[in-house]
Design a protein around this ligand. Structure first.
Ligand code: URA
Length: 221
């Protein structure tokens, strides 16, 4: 199993001192300074793209605000749009089963999506929707400031790694993206149609678990 952590150009938007959104009370927020509650309040009536007309609920994301590992999916599906939480449908059950490969529980991690609103009929996110929604995800990353970002599927992997390469090419190794260690991997839902990807997803999450073991939190090191 490859253990290389490849250097990537830094995730400038997520790492710079300049925030990408105007956040009341935080003119120049530093990583970790803006709380997820503050961000959720800014998102709550978002009308920045047409998905606001078809969504039921904005799915902000959920989990540990101080997570060492942040998972990023694509967009809410039907169950998530109705329930307001990420990964609570079939893909969520797949994800729960996979977390143990990295020695993680749902309570330890934070999960968000590239898009906060469901695209009709679960179609692919559109460029303009990703552009409109990106500041929210960047600020979530800056707020949580995880050590590791696990990208589930093409959209999350390409967003984080700033590449047009597909996840099939990208997966199988960890990347250093400025502060973050990034693990691009398949979307759990994809294994329903590509059963042979399941062991590869497990392998990728096992690699994350190994990295976490080898790199304990600073205060414990
Ligand atoms: N698929 C995703 O990418 N995100 C969810 O929240 C649910 C399904």
């Amino acid at each position: 199993m490859a253990r290389t952590v490849r250097e990537r150009p830094s995730l400038a938007d997520a790492e710079g001192n300049m925030s990408v959104m105007e956040i009341p009370g935080h003119p120049h927020p530093k990583p970790g300074e803006v709380s997820l509650e503050e961000l959720a309040a800014l998102i709550q009536d978002c009308r920045k793209c047409a998905l606001c007309d078809t969504r039921n609920t904005i799915v902000f994301g959920e989990g540990n605000p101080h997570a060492r590992v942040m998972f990023i999916g694509e967009a809410p599906g039907r169950n998530e749009d109705l329930g307001g939480k990420p990964f609570i449908g079939a893909a969520g059950h797949q994800l729960d089963a996979l977390l143990s490969c990295a020695g993680l529980t749902r309570e330890e991690i934070f999960i968000a999506n590239v898009l906060k609103c469901r695209p009709p009929s679960n179609r692919n996110p559109r460029y303009e929707e990703i552009q409109a929604c990106s500041p929210y995800l960047r600020e979530q990353v800056r707020s949580i400031w995880p050590d590791v970002i696990v990208c589930l599927g093409n959209f999350a992997s390409q967003w984080v790694l700033k590449t047009e390469q597909g996840v099939t090419t990208l997966r199988g190794q960890l990347y250093q993206q400025g502060h973050f260690v990034v693990c691009p991997t398949f979307h759990p839902a994809a294994t329903i149609y590509h059963r042979d990807w399941q062991p590869l997803l497990e392998e990728d999450l096992t690699r994350v678990g190994e990295w976490l073991k080898q790199n304990p939190p600073k205060e414990q090191a």
